[in-house]
Design a binder for this molecule. Structure first.
Ligand SMILES: NC(=O)c1ccc[n+]([C@@H]2O[C@H](COP(=O)([O-])OP(=O)(O)OC[C@H]3O[C@@H](n4cnc5c(N)ncnc54)[C@H](OP(=O)(O)O)[C@@H]3O)[C@@H](O)[C@H]2O)c1
Length: 261
């Protein structure tokens, strides 16, 4: 990035907990100011900001429910109003609710498309507009970058979590289209983790066992994913592609989602 380290500001969505939190901490340690987005997890968002603040210049938290288009559209301007500028967006927040070919319906799909596809696209659109405004105000080198969290299962499909998978497949297509549409000012990069964190559907033992199911004998860790996000943000030659961080899981065939195996 062309801006001085202490001026770089990133909005990380879904950063109160889990993978988004690790991404926020890694970027803060790398000198980024972090806008921590959350929906319901206020206490965790406050804790993430406190953990970031010890290492970065400043961080702050912002709420928004991505089911609400107006709330999504308002989010980036709120971050700009707080920090004065935004250089990057990491779209990590996602809805992950189960459906399958039998239970699929408009309501399931629409919910996932709003949170997992439309909101990331609107945030990319808003970042592009902000960067254009900075350029028009005289910052000739104004640039931005968007990282979209995808999923190795797009390259290794199974029919579980049908609407979630469709929403991420649409985001992967948007990743390509946005990279074309928003260049040269804004880069757009996908990062696709493998099985990284467990869920309430898996015991610890089962998670450890599934984590070894990959050509490399281990899937991704939160640190692996966060480090890749940082690389994508800071490498100025990458756009319109996806980095798979999954120990090679996408090279294997799984009949079911990990959480239902
Ligand atoms: N974890 C894995 O192993 C794994 C594997 C492959 C891909 N990924 C991808 O990596 C990303 C992070 O994974 P994760 O496991 O950390 O995600 P997660 O725990 O399932 O969700 C992250 C956050 O998303 C927020 N969120 C959900 N619906 C929202 C909505 N409608 N509006 C606003 N925020 C909403 C929630 O924030 P609040 O808690 O504040 O409500 C939640 O804490 C996701 O995009 C996921 O698809 C993860």
């Amino acid at each position: 990035m062309s801006t001085p380290t202490h001026h770089r500001t990133v909005l990380v969505t879904g950063a109160a907990r889990r993978l988004g939190r690790q991404i926020a901490l890694t970027l803060a340690a790398g000198g980024w100011q972090v806008a921590v987005h959350y929906r319901d997890s206020l206490d965790d968002a406050i804790e993430t900001v406190a953990s970031c603040a010890s290492e970065a210049r400043a961080s702050a938290y912002f709420d928004a429910d991505f089911a609400d288009e107006a709330a999504v559209r308002a989010l980036l301007p709120r971050v700009v109003a707080h920090f004065g500028r935004v250089d990057a967006v990491v779209n990590s927040a996602a809805l992950f609710e189960h459906d399958d070919a039998q239970s699929f319906g408009f309501a399931h799909l629409e919910k996932h498309l709003r949170s997992n596809t439309a909101a990331p696209i609107l945030l990319a659109q808003a970042l592009h507009q902000h960067v254009q405004e900075r350029a028009a105000a005289g910052e000739a080198q104004a640039q931005g970058v968007v990282v979209n969290l995808l999923d190795q299962k797009l390259w290794n499909q199974n029919p579980d979590f049908f609407s979630y998978t469709l929403s991420k497949a649409a985001l992967e297509a948007a990743n390509t289209m946005l990279a074309m549409a928003l260049a040269p000012r804004v880069r757009v990069v996908g990062v696709a983790p493998g099985l990284t964190l467990t869920s309430h559907l898996l015991s610890d033992d089962k998670f450890q066992q599934l984590h070894t199911l990959s050509p490399l004998g281990r899937s991704s860790t939160p640190h692996d994913v966060a480090a890749t996000v940082q690389f994508a943000l800071e490498n100025r030659s990458i756009t319109g592609t996806t980095l798979l961080v999954d120990g090679g899981q996408h090279l294997m065939k799984f009949e079911r989602d990990f959480s239902l195996m």
